[in-house]
Design a binder for this molecule. Structure first.
Ligand SMILES: O=P(O)(O)OC[C@H]1O[C@H](O[C@H]2O[C@H](CO)[C@@H](O)[C@H](O)[C@H]2O)[C@H](O)[C@@H](O)[C@@H]1O
Length: 275
């Protein structure tokens, strides 16, 4: 399978560098919408067929494989079947949690998460939440999903202001996403998480980041900043009709999780052809 061509010179140079010097490279991926297709019940999300096997084949060839997700790290490991992928680091809760070699480390969640847990059901009732709206309690944060509503976008709009007010009262930040609004602790995002990984990587290591949602923009910005400092970097958008902001900014746009799976295969084949 041929390796796709990034639309930008910087992206093409970074992808070329990854192929020529894989042992240094940092390959990083979002989970939902990137490695896993979007489904209506968040607990049904699983890695796209073949993705986990492809990550396992890539792992020994590259410097670092990283998943950076809004999910709890252990959930992404379970749903992605990642526990046995060697050399993989899973950063959960936008980087607050670190899963490596089977164990998770993380700071305690702030008290505001408890307040949101207590008040959210009543707030949804008072705010006229549409039928099909659901709460996902992720332990360190809570997400309100509207994908199950008859009109998911209208259902989300109904809740935007009340959820922002609750987040402010609880001292949490609002994280918007694909038919979801999450109330989560501030002070970390996927950009800082990725920057931390790259800081620990070999000098001059090339970076690839692939994502699909608004929360991934911070990681795109980190790749762009690293590039300004001479670090080769390529951004990949797992394209969808739901979010257009990333496609406009990415070096390479692929067709959702299937396109990401094909990219993994073509990257692995290109690397194998070099060695
Ligand atoms: O950072 P990610 O790995 O992309 O996680 C972001 C959120 O993903 C999940 O929600 C999204 O995927 C669900 C399953 O496909 C879908 O039902 C929902 O509409 C999407 O927004 C997850 O449930 C959230 O907790 C994550 O924050």
């Amino acid at each position: 399978m041929p390796l796709p061509e990034p639309g930008s010179e910087a992206g093409a140079a970074a992808l070329d560098r990854i192929v020529r010097r894989p042992a240094d490279a940092v390959l990083s991926f979002d989970f939902d919408g990137t490695l896993a297709p979007i489904v209506s019940d968040p607990s049904d999300a699983r890695a796209y067929p073949g993705v986990t096997a492809e990550l396992s084949r890539l792992a020994p060839l590259v410097g670092r494989l990283v998943i950076i997700t809004g999910r709890p790290a252990a959930v992404a490991v379970e749903y992605g079947g990642l526990a046995d992928v060697a050399n993989i680091l899973v950063l959960g809760h936008y980087g607050f949690e670190r899963w490596e070699y089977g164990g998770v480390t993380a700071p305690d969640p702030p008290a505001g998460v408890g307040l949101v847990r207590e008040e959210l059901p009543e707030l949804l009732r008072r705010s006229g939440a549409h039928d099909g709206t659901r709460i996902e309690d992720k332990g360190r944060s809570l997400a309100v999903h509207t994908r199950g509503a008859a009109d998911p976008d209208a259902a989300l709009e109904t809740l935007r202001i009340p959820l922002a007010a609750l987040a402010q009262r609880a001292g949490l930040t609002v994280e918007p996403g694909r038919r979801v609004i999450e109330l989560r602790p501030a002070g970390m995002d996927k950009g800082s998480a990725l920057a931390g990984v790259v800081a620990d990587a070999a000098e001059g290591a090339a970076v690839l980041y692939a994502g699909d949602d608004l929360g991934d923009l911070a990681a795109f910005e980190t790749v762009e900043r690293l590039r300004d400092r001479g670090v080769p970097g390529v951004t990949v958008c797992s394209g969808s009709d739901e979010v257009t902001e990333l496609a406009a900014r990415a070096d390479l746009v692929v067709d959702g999780p299937q396109g990401v799976a094909e990219l993994l295969t073509s990257l692995r084949e290109a690397i194998a052809a070099q060695v």
